[in-house]
Design a protein around this ligand. Structure first.
Ligand SMILES: Nc1ncnc2c1ncn2[C@@H]1O[C@H](COP(=O)(O)OP(=O)(O)OP(=O)(O)O)[C@@H](O)[C@H]1O
Length: 242
């Protein structure tokens, strides 16, 4: 059996939109199979970081490798083919296509029978497979967006605020599914508690830079860290303190 793939390594990534640099010198290492929460206050560059990893921003400096393969100069579509899966904050599903047609766009040449993987993961999508993407609830749209990314069999999955606007029970279901996945996952999420329950490592961003990378366990107990980078005292907020 081959070793687990999905070791993503960024070094000194500086990128933005046009001439504007939003992230500066981002270095991060996501070992194969690791789960990383990318956190920070609004506007610090979390979305831009994910978009830069998948090749959707303008790069000014830095390098990116996946399992030693240099992705730096590769297009977004080539990066996707090589294993980067992306679920953007906008859940970019096709509203005029049915659920099943949306899923088919994620197959990337795989046989249609692979759709059953998506339906097994999210039975709700099977029930709704003939419905238009635009007729789905927010939770169903998010399931569709995640399922479509997974059909491409990525070795790294980048998720941008997947829980935004979803009811708590749907958040529970989605996180439950994500927990079963055997791949590298980088999660941007405003629901910090859920992100920390899910991840092993945390990266804090501030003004487009990585300010801290460490184990979740250390972050949970460090009031100063969470207060500084998130503006919340997690220990107080969740009542898990002394
Ligand atoms: N397409 C764009 N063109 C120009 N500037 C942009 C664009 N998208 C984002 N920005 C700017 O980049 C900065 C970082 O935004 P980004 O969305 O990456 O942060 P974020 O940490 O994900 O924020 P949030 O938590 O609010 O989603 C912001 O100042 C934002 O205005």
């Amino acid at each position: 059996m081959s070793a687990l793939k999905g070791h993503l390594e960024a070094k000194g990534l500086t990128a933005g939109y046009g001439q504007t640099r939003i992230i500066e010198g981002i270095s991060l290492s996501a070992p194969a199979g690791s789960r990383i929460a990318l956190l920070g206050r609004n506007g610090v560059g979390k979305t831009t970081t994910l978009a830069s990893l998948v090749g959707q921003t303008r790069r000014h400096a830095g390098t990116l490798t996946l399992d030693g393969v240099d992705l730096t100069e590769l297009s977004a579509s080539r990066r996707a083919e090589l294993g980067l899966g992306y679920v953007p904050q906008t859940r970019d599903i096709f509203r005029s296509l049915s659920v099943e047609e949306n899923l088919v766009t994620g197959l990337k040449g795989r046989p249609r029978a692979a759709l059953e993987e998506a339906y097994a993961m999210f039975p709700r999508l099977k029930e709704r497979r003939r419905n238009g993407g635009g007729a789905l609830s927010g939770g169903e749209q998010q399931m569709l967006s995640v399922a479509r990314a997974l059909l491409g069999q990525p070795s790294v999955l980048l998720l941008d605020e997947p829980l935004e606007g979803l009811a708590p029970v749907i958040c529970d279901q989605l996180m439950q599914v994500l927990t079963t996945l055997k791949m590298t996952i980088i999660l941007v999420e405003q629901q910090v508690d859920r992100a920390l329950d899910f991840a092993e490592q945390v990266i804090f961003l501030e003004r487009g830079r990585v300010m801290h990378q460490g184990a979740v366990a250390d972050v949970r107990n460090d009031h100063a860290l969470t207060e500084r980078f998130l503006g919340v005292d997690l220990v107080e907020q969740t009542g898990t303190g002394a």
